[in-house]
Design a protein around this ligand. Structure first.
Ligand SMILES: NC(=O)c1ccc[n+]([C@@H]2O[C@H](COP(=O)([O-])OP(=O)(O)OC[C@H]3O[C@@H](n4cnc5c(N)ncnc54)[C@H](OP(=O)(O)O)[C@@H]3O)[C@@H](O)[C@H]2O)c1
Length: 237
């Protein structure tokens, strides 16, 4: 298969961090890439032939039109890999310091944002032979982990944990409806050195992008609907 025959890759949150690294690595592997960014950016990783950048906010319904427009501009008719990497962190690690607004905003980025982009990509995902959607989640979205006390010494906001738990349920729903035709994985990328990195980050975005694309290319159908950290550590929901 020549590079131009490879299905395309769509990645959100592509202006930096893990998303930008995924866009660059997917392009290096020969895929055409649609990189969705929150605001216009001069990120050098995206300024290469083979990557088309489209500005879109995943919390707006208009993101659907941006996806359709971007796929056409990128020359992508089949999407083999969708990486939902857009993410935002709001403050508040106690009941007293958590606003309802912070929870609603986080849900809109991490859960309904993923839903909007996935729905917009679905027709093109269904054109690809082995499509896969990686929803970037967090160990902190695990109800099992929270119920057993969370990660000691690592305070994480209510809004982030609640939004990632909701995103995990979305991943499970999508798997239930659409697998095995489309594989859906809830992927904790590890502790990655980015703008929203945890203090104990020990992995670069480039290494993470490599692992994510290996996972996307190789995940067997039975890994759909699972919660894991690459390369193959399965987490409890
Ligand atoms: N880094 C880690 O250790 C780690 C661990 C577990 C999970 N994750 C998850 O991995 C994903 C990528 O995170 P990262 O570490 O690469 O963080 P990052 O560098 O902050 O990237 C997140 C990107 O999402 C964009 N974004 C935020 N709100 C958006 C919106 N409404 N519409 C479109 N894009 C939006 C941000 O753009 P702006 O900055 O312009 O708003 C930013 O470019 C996130 O979902 C995060 O929760 C990361």
């Amino acid at each position: 298969m020549s590079h131009s025959d490879l299905p395309g890759v769509v990645v959100t949150g592509a202006a930096g961090g893990i998303g930008a690294a995924v866009a660059r690595e997917a392009c290096a592997r020969g895929h055409r890439v649609l990189a969705l960014v929150h605001r216009s950016t001069s990120e050098p990783a995206l300024n290469v032939p083979g990557i088309h950048v489209e500005v879109a906010d995943v919390t707006r319904e208009s993101v659907s039109e941006a996806v359709v427009r971007g796929l056409a501009a990128a020359g992508i008719s089949r999407v083999g890999i969708l990486v939902n990497a857009a993410g935002a962190v709001r403050h508040g690690t106690t009941l007293a310091s958590t606003s309802a607004e912070s929870i609603m905003e986080s849900l809109d980025v991490h859960c309904t944002g993923v839903m909007r982009v996935t729905r917009a990509c679905l027709p093109a995902l269904l054109q690809a032979p082995r499509p896969v959607v990686l929803n970037l989640t967090s160990r902190h979205g695990s109800l099992s982990l929270a119920a057993s006390g969370g990660v000691p010494g690592v305070p994480v906001s209510y809004s982030y944990r609640i939004a990632k738990a909701a995103q995990n349920m979305l991943t499970a729903c999508l798997h239930q409806e659409l697998a095995p035709r489309v594989r859906f994985l809830a992927v904790h990328p590890g502790r990655v050195a980015t703008a929203i990195a945890p203090a104990d980050a020990d992995r670069s975005p480039a290494v993470t992008a490599d692992q994510l694309l290996d996972l996307a290319e190789n995940a067997p159908p039975e890994w759909s609907g699972r919660f894991l950290e690459p390369p193959a550590t399965f987490l409890d929901w």
